[in-house]
Design a binder for this molecule. Sequence first.
Ligand code: PLP
Length: 399
Amino acid sequence: SSWFRNIEPAPKDPILGVTEAFLADQSPNKVNVGVGAYRDDNGKPVVLECVREAERRIAGNQFMEYLPMGGSIHMVQESLKLAYGDDSEFIKDKRIAAVQALSGTGACRLFAVFQQRFHPNTQIYIPVPTWSNHHNIWRDAGVPIKTYRYYHPESKGLDFSGLMDDIKNAPDGSFFLLHACAHNPTGVDPSEEQWREISSQFKAKGHFPLFDMAYQGFASGNPERDVKAIRIFVDDGHLLGLAQSYAKNMGLYGQRVGCLSLLCEDQKQAVAVKSQLQLISRPMYSNPPLHGALVVSTVLSDPDLKKLWLKEVKVMADRIIGMRTTLRENLENLGSPLPWNHITNQIGMFCYSGMTPEQVDRLTSEFHIYMTRNGRISMAGLNTGNVGYVANAINEVTK
Ligand code: PLP
């Protein structure tokens, strides 16, 4: 009867706690710019038409059998093409070990366990700040965490020299987690030229890059553009890891569909690595879920559905880019003396506003606007109906 007596409640998740507080608020003005999930201009969640059509084709047409341990081979192949390019020689040469994963989180976690198992005395370098769950993932996998600089608080842009210094100063052969695009929470990405420099410095140091790509297509509206950093590293001859997610770019959040791939030296290595990844997932969940994988493979392998997806992902990205412009214009028109150019310079789901925790607390208590206390605004929560209200509130609390 005393099994659970000593268990204290776990601390609230900083992101999910925001949603709980938002739901409990009765104000008609309330706005949720906390959670990173897309909303349309009416503030409603969206199911993409390409996904609906894929579901119509799947319905009644598929068995519900287990997927193989590594997940849907079809979905994994399509994911590799999306990431490494349709004509990638590495795909042809079967040099990529890849398995379906439980969305981006699951892909990161599989990698973290793999790292711990096969490189037990290594650390992972993660950027400051980063998606808060990265800390939990590597901690629970038993990998010590180090951090590297990336964000420059004054300019709310990239701290490129800090980043390069930290890459240089890390011990040779370190593991680094890199956000492929639309850095969460800052929205601050290196330019193509800067990625080239980063890649060559990684080469010089023999570091291993794990790319976390949760927003391919969602950032710029073009999946080929958003994957550029990975292509640069691949062209430079790196071996690398890649966590892909279809949560945002296909709106499949709850379906938990993603992919972990590791580019190896040759096919033999890739076979061995894949078998080890399966040995990690097997005792955790045996095999990954079916439905989302079928949706993704159906959309990406049908030229018409893929075209529709490309159109729809661009609509989502463009709406967010438009909201950035509107929010900035509103703040400038209100006469805010602060610079707000970072709102439009940053990219992806989030704007790292630079507001202090106290200012965020005032937004919540006085204006019923909910967001994480680090000042991160989920741009997807803004729409033509509330952006003026939010701009006014931000102006009030930052005066
Ligand atoms: N990585 C980053 C940087 C993210 O922002 C997210 C989602 O917020 C994820 C990974 C994982 O998301 P999911 O597990 O839903 O694919």
